[in-house]
Design a protein around this ligand. Structure first.
Ligand SMILES: Nc1ncnc2c1ncn2[C@@H]1O[C@H](COP(=O)(O)OP(=O)(O)OP(=O)(O)O)[C@@H](O)[C@H]1O
Ligand SMILES: [Mg+2]
Length: 367
């Protein structure tokens, strides 16, 4: 414990990458990423397959060497320091337990490597085992455990020497849904209890939204946006983020005037439908734009100019999703919570659609 007091600066658990670049041949796996997890923060790296999440994590861990950029842990530049001297705990997708060692020996192993005396390492391994609620399982061999139990042992082994930072790469993806959801909450609680910084890689947005304090969204090796789950869902700054997090209607159109970023803009959609949105970047008259608007932000009813023809109603208990065709042929989805102004419309019927301009984000269309 004395160790924690001596090294107890508040940013001991801060981990950052700065200008990180890692190419594999012509593949830009990580293409200039700067990002920090603050001490005690749960940061998720979220993105589709191949977006560079694992490569970033491996650069932080020291198993990959960046072509450019820096990695810092606390106030130490660790870019040139080997993995075992970075003081980071790690949990991977596959459990990577030593099959020939008991559960307790597996957990004690990192302490043995650090020269901790036998009695103390056993005591600390038992403590870590209790933390992951496997007190009774110390004498078992890994093969005698379920997948979830093995992953808990891997977690215990990662926290046993109390690293200030835990790195996890899809640690739950091999588990079934129910167990995965249970472990998500367990890891989250454990992280809070220990005050440890976690950098957690996942391609599952629900997992990221459930667990993380902040989420970094990656695409093709670039950082699109980093923010709280609420920021990303309610204020996406990038069309990729709008599309990737949750469900979004994306409507192509043309700017009717000029607008500064944050300004109100009129947009003409196909079928000569004119709507209002908020510009997310400076937009020039006639520029091709794409409007992102969430299904639950669309309203039906009234006698507004935008008409939608009902194609399908999908009832899902908690809400109903209506698929509507706009005059130009684009389809939009409108979601209405059960019990809230539900409307009843036969297939083929038309209804007026509306949204508040602040709920519709206009981005420049990709060139
Ligand atoms: N050792 C390697 N050699 C060559 N290319 C690699 C290597 N490691 C990663 N890549 C490439 O770099 C890109 C990013 O890979 P990375 O593993 O970081 O993606 P990821 O976001 O973790 O994806 P996933 O969700 O599938 O795990 C991919 O195009 C991948 O094929
Ligand atoms: Mg990966």
């Amino acid at each position: 414990m004395a160790r924690e007091i001596v090294l107890g600066q508040s940013d001991r658990g801060r981990v950052a990458v700065d200008g990180l670049i890692r190419h594999f041949g012509s593949v830009r796996a990580v293409d200039g990423v700067s990002l920090a997890a603050e001490s005690g923060e749960f940061l998720a790296l979220l993105g589709p397959s191949g977006s560079g999440k694992s490569t970033i994590l491996m650069c932080i861990a020291g198993f990959e060497t960046p072509d450019a950029g820096r990695v810092t842990v606390g106030d130490r530049d660790v870019t040139a320091i080997p993995p075992q001297r970075r003081e980071l705990g790690m949990v991977f997708q596959r459990y990577t337990l030593f099959p020939h060692m008991s559960v307790l020996d597996n957990i004690a192993f990192p302490l043995k490597m650090r020269g901790v005396a036998r009695a103390e390492r056993e005591a600390r391994a038992r403590e870590a085992l209790a933390t992951v609620r496997l007190t009774e399982y110390g004498a078992r061999m890994p093969a005698q455990l379920s997948g979830g139990q093995q992953q808990r042992v891997a977690l215990a082994r990662a926290i046993v020497y109390r690293p200030p930072v835990l790195l996890m790469d899809e640690p739950l993806s091999a588990l079934d849904k129910a167990l995965r959801e249970e472990m998500q909450l367990e890891i989250k609680h454990l992280q809070r209890e220990l005050g440890v910084t976690v950098v957690f890689v996942t391609h599952d947005q629900t997992e990221a939204l459930t667990m993380a304090d902040r989420i970094a969204v990656l695409d093709h090796g670039r950082l699109c946006q980093v923010g709280t789950p609420r920021d990303l869902y309610e204020a996406p700054q990038d069309p990729f983020v709008a599309r990737f997090i949750g469900e979004t209607n994306m409507l192509d159109g043309r700017a009717l005037g000029d607008a500064a970023s944050g300004g109100r803009i009129g947009v003409r959609l196909p079928g000569d439908v004119v709507v209002e949105a908020t510009a997310m970047a400076p937009l020039a008259r006639d520029a091709a734009v794409v409007i992102a608007v969430r299904p639950e932000r669309l309203r039906a009813g009234g006698d507004g100019p935008v008409k939608g023809r009902m194609k399908e109603a999908i009832y899902a208990g908690v809400a109903t999703t209506y698929v509507l065709e706009m005059p130009g042929g684009a389809t939009v989805r409108l979601r209405s919570a059960t019990g809230a102004n539900a409307f009843d419309l036969a297939d083929g019927g038309t209804v007026s659609l509306a949204w508040s301009p602040e709920d519709a984000r206009a981005f420049p269309a990709a060139p």
